[in-house]
Design a protein. Structure first.
Length: 471
């Protein structure tokens, strides 16, 4: 006799960042609709006590690199109650926003908007750490084990829930290069990741000399914030980057079409070796610096030359940190190598901010119970289909959807906020087997492949389209 289970959820989301928050918001719009004879039942879990979106980088004046229309829901359902504009209306800020004419909002405002949604959306369980996931073949459901945490983050109770489908939105983790990891753990010298910048800003500003490492947007914003906060002529700042230049982000209109569903589908259809070559080559699409930030840095540096002299700031691209060590207890020595020159040097500094980006959190510990069912590619990464589902053994009737963990299969748009609503809608369409959020047939003027070009061109009456050969 088999044990009876409580009624399983239709979907359980693990992690509540912007992407799963988007999925929860759009799923909420389906709860009053009918599919498979019942409303959509969802639950989302996150170990944090409340919604947090890069709190260490909410620098005053820092803006999103996507327009406000790239909120949680608008590009899938502009009539949703969870749009950014509806948030402004509830806050009685719609007219001020209208007159401000801000197409790109501040990060802090985006964070406040997401917290507004998270505070009001049902089915979100903060303070719940998901520990393990298993497939129960007897009942055709996933088992999700979690630990309920108290206000101090300590275990308070254990629990288990069941679901037909999963959505993984566990996000990314700050990345610290190997040579600097021992230093980041030493309390005497501030060596911090940019994710912790605001919490350590006063300490960093108090250091005599500060080094920023990293050429992306966060590195540029932190360098600018430090530059503006230090006296002219005594800035004592160094900014180092591995990239050959402090390059602007690719932000041309056609360049941005790499962040469309059209390009995502094109990328997914490419052979695995081609995809692996493309992703690092496209770094300027997502790792460059906003042109306004570059201009602001140059303007601030230029302003400090108006009365003669140059600011005490060194900006050097094309540099890698080979090794690093502590000098006494208050300084750090960085061993540098210039790639193009082939030269080496040493730099002594009192504080280091590592704007070295993020890496996808490994899914293996969480999905260890599903490992026998997972299908992997040649690099031992999960294979993920066009609809953002992990490819599993056919014996598993449920789906495991992936949010921002599929760059190797879906390209540079995977972590982009502008594709959040579209991907959430695609997941819900796949999950329900219906089309509650109709997807656009075309999203880009660019046709990225020959077969895609033929798909976009409607045939004339009686016309046979030519066969596209793949070489």
């Amino acid at each position: 006799m088999t044990a009876q289970l409580d009624a399983p959820h239709d979907l359980v989301g693990i992690g509540i960042g912007p992407f799963n928050l988007s999925l929860a918001a759009l799923a909420h719009g389906l709860q009053q609709r009918e599919w498979s004879g019942s409303g959509l039942d969802t639950a989302f879990y996150d170990q944090s006590r409340h919604f947090r979106w890069h709190p260490g980088l909410l620098i005053d004046g820092a803006t999103l690199q996507v327009p406000f229309l790239a909120d949680l829901v608008t590009l899938a359902d502009p009539t949703s109650p969870w749009t950014f504009l509806n948030y402004l209306k509830h806050k009685e800020r719609l007219f001020p926003f209208y007159f401000a004419e801000h197409f790109h909002i501040q990060r802090a405002e985006y964070d406040a908007y997401c917290r507004w949604v998270a505070d009001r959306l049902p089915g979100l369980h903060f303070g719940h750490q998901v520990d393990a996931v298993r497939w129960n073949p007897e009942h055709d459901v996933f088992e999700v084990d979690f630990t309920q945490l108290d206000a101090d983050g300590e275990a308070e109770a254990l629990g288990r829930t069941h679901t037909r489908h999963l959505a993984l939105g566990v996000g990314t983790a700050p990345y610290i290069p190997e040579p600097l990891r021992p230093l980041a753990e030493a309390p005497t010298v501030p060596v911090i990741h940019s994710a912790e910048y605001l919490d350590n800003r006063a300490r960093i500003l108090g250091a005599e000399h500060v080094t920023v490492i990293g050429s992306g947007q966060s590195g540029a914003e932190i360098f600018l914030d430090l530059l503006r906060s230090r006296p002219a002529g005594r800035e004592r700042l160094t900014w180092l980057a591995r990239t050959p230049s402090f390059a602007p982000m690719e932000y041309s209109k056609l360049g941005l079409e790499h962040f469309t569903p059209d390009y995502t589908h094109y990328f997914h259809a490419l052979p695995e070796p081609v995809r692996d070559q493309l992703v690092p080559a496209q770094w300027q699409l997502h790792k460059g610096i906003d042109a306004d930030t570059i201009a602001a840095i140059h303007e601030e540096l230029y302003r400090r030359t108006l009365h003669g002299g140059w600011p005490d700031a060194v900006l050097t691209p094309g540099v890698t940190v080979r090794t690093a060590g502590r000098l006494a207890t208050t300084k750090v020595e960085l061993h540098l190598e210039h790639t193009q020159q082939g030269t080496r040097s040493r730099l002594t500094t009192d504080a280091v901010v590592l704007a070295t980006g993020y890496r996808e959190r490994p899914l293996s510990p969480l999905l260890a119970g599903l490992d026998p069912y997972l299908r992997r590619d040649s690099a031992d990464r999960p294979r993920i289909d066009r609809n953002h589902r992990m490819i599993l053994d056919p014996a598993v009737t449920g789906s495991v959807f992936v949010q921002n963990g599929e760059r190797h299969t879906h390209g540079v748009g995977a972590p982009d906020l502008g594709l959040a609503a579209w991907r959430s809608a695609a997941i819900l369409n796949t999950l329900t087997g219906k089309d509650p959020y109709p997807q656009p047939a075309r999203t880009a003027f660019t046709t990225f492949g020959l077969d895609q070009r033929e798909q976009h061109r409607p045939p004339a009456a009686g016309e046979l389209l030519p066969l596209v050969e793949h070489f």
